[in-house]
Design a protein around this ligand. Structure first.
Ligand code: SF4
Length: 200
C-alpha cells in the first residue's frame, strides 16, 4: 500500500480514495498508478500512526514540501490530516500543502478553513471552471450546483488562515480565454492562478 511517495523534490501523502467528485479528467479514471509509483488505490485507509510512520521513513527536512494529495480528496479525512500535519510541524521544518477540490466545507458540514491556521502553509484548490454549470459538468460533485460557490467561499476563507492560496486549472480542458477568466476569478478571491499540465 502506497501511503507516501516522492514527486520531484516533494513527498506526497495518500490518505483516502474517497472523493465527492467524479471529474472527467481524473487520474482515477485513467489507470491505477501515477509518477511511476505503485498503485495509489488504497485497499484500506491508513491510520494516523501509519501515515506518520510512513512520513518518518523519509528524511523529510531534505524535501521542499509535504503534499496531501493522492487519488482521493484529502479533506475527506480532515481531522486525521490535521493530526498528521501537527505531528509533522512538531518534528520537521518542511512546508505543508493540501491539494484539494475545495469542497471541504460541504464534506465536513462546517466552515473548515480556520482549522488550517498554523498547520498548513499552502492550499491549492482545483478551480477548473469559471461558472457553476461548467464546474458541475466537468467535476460532477455529488453536492450539485451549489458546489462551485462553496468552493469559492472556502478558497476566500483560506486566504485569511493560510499563507499561500493557489487555484489551478488543467491546461487541456481550458481555453486561453477561460484561463484568463480563471486568473481574474482567483485573484478576486485573494488567490493566485496556476495552469497545470494534464497528467492522466
Ligand atoms: S476532485 Fe480530484 S480526486 Fe476527486 S474526482 Fe476530481 S480530480 Fe479526481
Amino acid at each position: 500500500m502506497t501511503i507516501t511517495y516522492k514527486v520531484k523534490n516533494g513527498i506526497y501523502v495518500n490518505m483516502t480514495n474517497r472523493c465527492p467528485c467524479a471529474c472527467t479528467f481524473c487520474l482515477r479514471q485513467n489507470g491505477d498508478g501515477v509518477y511511476g509509483s505503485d498503485s495509489l488505490w488504497l485497499e484500506r485507509e491508513p491510520t494516523v500512526k501509519e501515515v506518520c510512520e510512513s512520513i518518518d521513513a523519509w528524511e523529510l527536512d531534505q524535501y521542499d514540501e509535504l503534499v496531501f494529495c493522492g487519488y482521493g480528496e484529502p479533506t475527506e479525512r480532515l481531522d486525521d490530516l490535521l493530526k498528521v500535519a501537527a505531528y509533522v510541524k512538531s518534528r520537521y521544518k518542511t512546508p505543508i500543502r493540501i491539494n484539494t477540490n475545495g469542497l471541504s466545507d460541504l464534506i465536513n458540514g462546517q466552515e473548515t478553513a480556520p482549522e488550517l491556521r498554523g498547520l498548513i502553509d499552502t492550499v491549492s484548490v482545483s478551480l477548473n471552471a469559471t461558472n457553476a454549470q461548467d464546474y458541475l459538468r466537468l467535476c460532477r460533485p455529488k453536492f450539485g450546483i451549489g458546489s462551485f460557490d462553496a468552493m469559492l467561499a472556502f478558497t476566500r476563507a483560506c486566504t485569511e488562515s493560510v499563507p499561500h492560496v493557489v487555484m489551478t486549472v488543467v491546461d487541456v480542458v481550458t481555453s486561453k480565454e477561460q484561463q484568463e477568466k480563471s486568473r481574474l476569478l482567483a485573484e478576486s478571491l485573494g488567490a493566485r492562478l496556476r495552469v497545470r499540465a494534464f497528467e492522466g
